[in-house]
Design a protein around this ligand. Structure first.
Ligand SMILES: Cc1cc2nc3c(=O)[nH]c(=O)nc-3n(C[C@H](O)[C@H](O)[C@H](O)COP(=O)(O)OP(=O)(O)OC[C@H]3O[C@@H](n4cnc5c(N)ncnc54)[C@H](O)[C@@H]3O)c2cc1C
Length: 489
């Protein structure tokens, strides 16, 4: 892989790309630059690195998302010398708080909740404020597309349809996840892991109007086509939310950090006592009995006693490991998890109340709701499947006809989205395993290998795929590495 610039603009494409993917990639490079320009960190994290303070760290943490920052902070608090290497020119990873017109928006991870214990503990610890997203928590209208027609019934009736469909979809979750934090599947869970979300929807034989409402929600949850997401992933979410679709909504799309996700990262780094180097992508990791040698893309060699790998599972293939990683880690790096869709902000002109709209994956966006309402315009957030032929998420004129199916009086004036699936340092969005990935790979994914330890939302036990999971995993790995440092002291 060639050396990226700080906005990733000279990095190689991860895979062969189709024409439409190439056009998206051009857009990605343009937007990545523009968005990065508006996201300066409020603290100078490179200051310590410039001073060359740390000669030989005890631990190098690779990746500065919530998992890496949590691990680095905990290890530094335990007395270790910690150096965090981050490929991009900013921290936060798959969270990205940046400017959209006169407002700031979250292009990646956004919503947090007190039912997510690890992120909630951090919010309390640093005394951060929350803000509500009205369209997701208290919509005035709910509409959905089914077989080409917009459906709208009183809100209570649409909720009844969704609750009934969700209860039926998740039936049996107690057997597979009696306790959602058990990291491995029981035997009957492994059988269910063969099923995709689409397989499960088909089993239910719902009337089309109810099926398409559920399908819109499920394409959003797995952030891809429902044939790509594993049924077991949804069973785990369901158990974490006490088997209640309204609680699940509350946990996933109601409360966000008032100062943005960067306010939490800033506080964690400020509190950390570890060194950070941005724009430093790691290209190889070689371990021996004596220690680990980390080589960066600029060919710098750094030695450490232990390494925490806190990068997305989809990006592991870009790093050369000696000895080679366990087969499950390699397979996941080849196959990728399913999360690869869009999250798009849309400025609209025309009256916008608090609305929520669903569409199945035969449509480009599957869940859309009001972010900011307004009498003469406001902002919508939409989630959609990747690579939808003829739909350009970066072009308001391409997005507008779809939005007008629901709201014929509005025009879409501006859009903002980030192509996480094209960014070489994420190659996807939030983690949803494909069928069989959980039962086949999770053991390997979570296993330390010699002096290497692994962290990340993608391998968390509980809220895997969430900010909470990233923090959970960062805490666990820091505990394990602290233990190893003590033993070998
Ligand atoms: C569009 C979108 C919406 C989401 N919505 C929500 C939500 O509402 N609520 C929620 O809780 N979660 C949400 N998530 C998920 C959540 O943001 C992630 O699960 C979580 O932030 C991942 O944290 P992480 O630290 O495990 O990984 P990441 O945040 O991906 O961090 C990994 C870091 O490793 C770096 N890296 C990669 N390769 C290298 C290398 N070779 N060398 C050095 N560094 C490298 C990356 O640049 C990155 O900074 C969303 C994600 C997306 C994309």
């Amino acid at each position: 892989m060639q050396k990226p610039s700080s906005d990733g603009s000279s990095a190689n494409a991860p895979h062969e790309l189709s024409d439409s993917a190439r056009a998206s990639r051009r857009n990605f490079l343009r937007l990545a630059g523009a968005a990065a320009a508006g996201s300066a960190l409020s603290i100078d994290v490179n200051a310590a690195a410039r001073s060359g303070a740390m000669k030989k760290p005890d631990v190098v943490v690779v990746g500065g998302g919530f998992a890496g920052v949590t691990a680095a902070r905990e290890l530094a608090h335990a007395g270790a010398r910690v150096l965090l290497l981050e490929a991009r020119n900013r921290l936060g990873g798959r969270t990205f708080y940046t400017q959209f017109g006169d407002k700031k928006v979250e292009l990646g991870g956004t919503w947090v909740h007190w039912s997510q214990p690890h992120v909630w503990a951090e919010i309390m610890r640093y005394g951060l404020d929350l803000e509500e997203t009205i369209g997701a928590s208290a919509p005035e209208r709910v509409m959905w597309l089914s077989e080409g027609k917009v459906q709208e019934v009183p809100i209570e009736d649409s909720m009844k349809l969704l609750i009934d469909a969700s209860n039926r979809f998740h039936e049996g979750s107690e057997k597979v996840f009696p306790r959602p934090y058990l990291p491995f599947l029981p035997d009957d869970g492994a059988m269910l892991d063969e099923l995709s979300i689409a397989d499960r929807i088909r089993q239910l034989n719902l009337p089309p109007v109810q099926r398409d409402l559920l399908a819109g929600l499920m394409a959003t949850n797995c952030h891809n086509r429902t044939g790509d997401g594993a049924f077991t992933e949804m069973l785990r979410w369901w158990t974490l939310a006490d088997r209640d679709v309204l609680r699940l909504f509350d946990a996933c799309a109601h409360y966000k950090l008032k100062g943005g996700t960067s306010s939490l990262i800033d506080r964690m780094v400020g509190d950390g006592g570890f060194e950070v180097r941005l724009s430093t992508a790691v290209s190889s990791i070689k371990q021996s009995a004596a220690g680990v040698v980390i080589t960066t893309e600029a060919d710098e060699r750094i030695e450490a006693r232990y390494v925490v790998m806190a990068i997305p599972v989809n990006t592991t293939g870009a790093i050369e490991f000696q000895p080679a990683l366990l087969p499950g880690k390699q397979a996941m790096a080849r196959e990728h998890h399913a999360g690869a869709g869009h999250k798009v902000y849309m400025k609209v002109k025309g009256e916008l109340g608090s609305v929520m709209m669903y569409a199945p994956e035969s449509e480009p966006l599957n869940l859309i709701f009001t972010d900011h309402p307004g009498a003469d315009g406001g902002t919508l957030i939409g989630f959609g499947v990747p690579d939808f032929e003829g739909f350009d998420v970066h072009n308001p004129k391409s997005v507008e006809p779809f939005i007008r199916k629901f709201l014929p009086h509005v025009s879409v004036t501006e859009v903002l989205a980030y192509d996480w699936h094209l960014d070489p340092y994420s190659l996807g969005t939030w983690c949803t395993y494909r069928p069989r990935q959980f039962s086949r790979y999770v053991r390997d994914l979570r296993s330390p290998e010699g002096r290497l330890f692994f962290a990340g939302a993608d391998i968390a036990a509980g809220w895997r795929g969430f900010i909470d999971g990233a923090i959970e995993s960062g805490l666990q790995v820091a505990q394990a590495v602290s233990g190893a440092l003590r033993q070998k002291a």
